[in-house]
Design a protein around this ligand. Structure first.
Ligand SMILES: C[S@@+](CC[C@H](N)C(=O)[O-])C[C@H]1O[C@@H](n2cnc3c(N)ncnc32)[C@H](O)[C@@H]1O
Length: 624
């Protein structure tokens, strides 16, 4: 007998800015899991707006709901889904959690009573037409996407908190926004590149997760909102922020002090008063540029008069490199960076103490953006530096101004009932992940390990990154000397593990054999062997840290090719997925599933030879 509640039907649209069609598979599996759909016949794909409108009309959707669901849909491919035999719980999960859902329509024969404050805020519930109950609304993840645009318009005096309310009123109730807000709201809804919302962009960081992918994987494997998420290679903390937004406790580990600094403070803006950030930002503006309104706040302002006492000397080899570059360009580049950093440190010293670590993240971001490094060669520590024209001081002030709107968005989320658990970040090695958890277990590991050392450009070479590390106090000079050794995938790793090669699984051995027999790539042989030995240790530790039904998701670039630079002829392809799967099995884990995620190619297809080859990531799903 069909339960009356199950006679409900849902029509949803997918986010209009999903670029890669195959991402839809990821989206559908997330939605199926969130809605606990067991029968595939209950899900039907919609491929055109005509089909969507027809369906909504058949379901007697009121014109406002039709307008909402058809206002900005995908131009091709699957644009939405229809779910039959569903219920209100599914509707609530889609609104609150789903990464791929944009707008949702629910029709039911029974009364619809929404249980969650946030879902109520994002929904309209009504009992017209007669005898049917309907609800329609916008997903929180699309709202977060929309909020990214608000961050960049905060200087116009528009509070992100009020803008979000105006946007909801516009989309759900067709209430015209104020003149000042209208263009921002329009731009926010139509924007394509919006996935780096809240603090995902707090600090420049290459190779981070796509937040949408991270969120959908968390939803898929922990659909009930319960469970602890762990990331032993936490990096910039993408997984932690997404876990927190869908209500999970989370724990991250990283060996890199910069990663620890960033990921520990990714959620700090969620617990600070937006007015305080606004005040700090305003005082910084006055101190740096002399503009703003110093009388706006009763407490005294900041000054950079004493900045000279905060000056720190940049360590070698960056020091020498910057002196040389400055000479070439005809100005004192090193002096500018050291002076600007001292001014920033002088300002940081005056902000309330609990905000100081967050401000240091902003300084680290400014320095990382100012000096972009690119490693060249085969792991001898050689690198080139791109120097941005914009000054460190300006980059810092700009970042702080973004924090104002970001903290307002967090404030909006919390005041509308979203509970955001704060993550825990521990500095240490992924090889000791279980020990660092001190007897706690995690239910889902979502992580992306470093690339194999064979793929150049990913070296750590802490001394080259010394300026942000030392200037922010994240590392000491002494630490820099042994920091590299702690990194997995470091080219300088020369530990003698030769005897372990023969016990390595097949796909690992294939790559090692190739490297050993290729004169040019021989220097990569031992670091690569060490890399795999270390990854096996991580997988061991992962197993120990998992709860009984826990899963570990290792996200890896599917393959890496070695080719002849001139002719582009492929010499060897590393099957990174098989290597990871086999190593996991060697460490006592079981492979449950492998999820392929094709990626969009980068804009510059001529950037490097073979850059036009298909590239994808894969998620190796392990269970105990
Ligand atoms: C690909 S990044 C992870 C990026 C992350 N998923 C994100 O979204 O920002 C790999 C990370 O592994 C870290 N790492 C390298 N060796 C490590 C080790 N022995 N223990 C823990 N983390 C390590 C690096 O510092 C880097 O942050």
């Amino acid at each position: 007998m069909i339960n009356k509640e199950n006679q409900a039907k849902i029509v949803l649209t997918l986010r209009h800015n999903i670029d890669v069609e195959s991402d839809i598979t990821l989206g559908i599996s997330e939605i199926v899991s969130l809605c606990k759909i067991t029968d595939n016949n209950d899900v039907r794909k919609l491929s055109s707006s005509i089909e969507l409108i027809e369906e909504l009309k058949t379901l007697s959707a009121p014109s406002k709901a039709i307008k909402l669901l058809t206002h900005n849909i995908r131009k091709k491919g699957v644009i939405g889904l229809i779910i039959s035999n569903t219920n209100v719980i599914c509707y609530e999960a889609l609104i609150r959690l789903s990464a791929f859902t944009q707008d949702v329509y629910l029709v039911n024969e029974r009364e619809i009573s929404l249980t969650q404050q946030l879902v109520k805020k994002l929904s309209v519930v009504q009992s017209e037409p007669a005898e049917k109950m309907i609800a329609y609304g916008i997903s929180l993840s699309s709202l977060l996407d929309y909020s990214t645009k608000m961050v960049f318009h905060r200087d116009k005096g528009l509070n992100a908190n009020s803008l979000l309310n105006e946007l909801i009123n516009y989309l759900l109730y067709e209430k015209q926004p104020s003149k000042a807000s209208y263009s921002i709201i329009k731009e926010a809804i139509a924007a394509k590149k919006t996935s780096l919302y809240l603090t995902h962009e707090l600090h420049l960081y290459k190779g981070k997760f796509f937040p949408r992918m991270a969120r959908s994987l968390i939803n898929r494997f922990l659909p009930d909102g319960k469970g602890v998420v762990g990331d032993p290679f936490v990096g910039s903390g993408t997984a932690l922020l997404e876990a927190a937004l869908v209500g999970h406790q989370s724990i991250g580990v990283d060996v890199d002090p910069t990663s620890v600094l960033i990921s520990s403070h990714k959620l700090t803006p969620a617990s600070i008063d937006p007015d305080l950030i606004l005040e700090v930002c305003s005082k910084i503006n006055v101190a740096v540029y002399g503009n703003g309104n110093p009388d706006l706040f009763s407490s005294t302002g900041y000054t950079i008069d004493n900045w000279a006492s905060f000056r720190i000397n940049a360590p070698e080899p960056m020091r020498g490199r910057l002196i040389k570059r400055g000479k070439e360009e005809g100005y004192n580049l090193l002096g500018e960076i050291e002076d600007d950093s001292a001014k920033v440190l002088c300002l940081i010293n005056q902000v309330p103490i609990h905000l100081q670590p967050l401000m240091r993240v902003c300084l680290s971001h400014a320095l990382t953006k100012k000096l972009r490094l690119r490693f060249v060669g085969i792991g001898n520590g050689r690198f080139t530096i791109d120097v941005a024209k914009v000054r460190v001081l300006d980059l810092f002030v700009k970042k702080i101004s973004h924090l104002v709107a970001i903290s307002e968005v967090f404030y909006w989320l919390k005041s509308n009932g979203l509970l955001i658990p704060l993550p825990e970040v521990i500095k240490g090695s992924a090889k000791d992940f279980d020990a660092l958890l001190s007897n706690r277990k995690v239910d889902l590991i979502l992580t992306s390990p470093p690339y194999i050392p064979a793929s150049s450009g990913r070296e750590h070479y802490a001394r080259a990154r010394a300026i942000p590390l030392i200037f922010t106090g994240a590392a000491t000079l002494e630490e820099l000397d042994y920091l590299d050794e702690a990194f997995i995938g470091e080219m300088s790793a020369q530990v003698d593990t030769l005897h372990l090669e023969k016990s390595m699984p097949q796909h690992v051995r294939e790559t090692l054999t190739f490297l050993r027999n290729d004169q040019q790539r021989l220097p990569k042989y031992l670091p690569t062997l060490n890399y795999y030995v270390d990854i096996e240790k991580v997988l061991h530790s992962t197993k120990k840290s998992l709860s009984d039904s826990g899963k570990a998701l290792f996200v890896v670039g599917s393959s890496h090719t070695f080719y002849v630079h001139k002719t582009k002829e492929i010499l060897h392809t590393v099957d990174a997925v098989s290597a990871m799967a086999e190593l996991g099995e060697k460490a006592g884990l079981n492979v449950d599933e492998i999820i392929h995620i094709p990626l969009k190619k980068s804009g510059n297809l001529n950037a490097r030879p073979r850059s036009t080859d298909d590239y994808s990531e894969s998620v190796v799903v392990f269970r105990k």
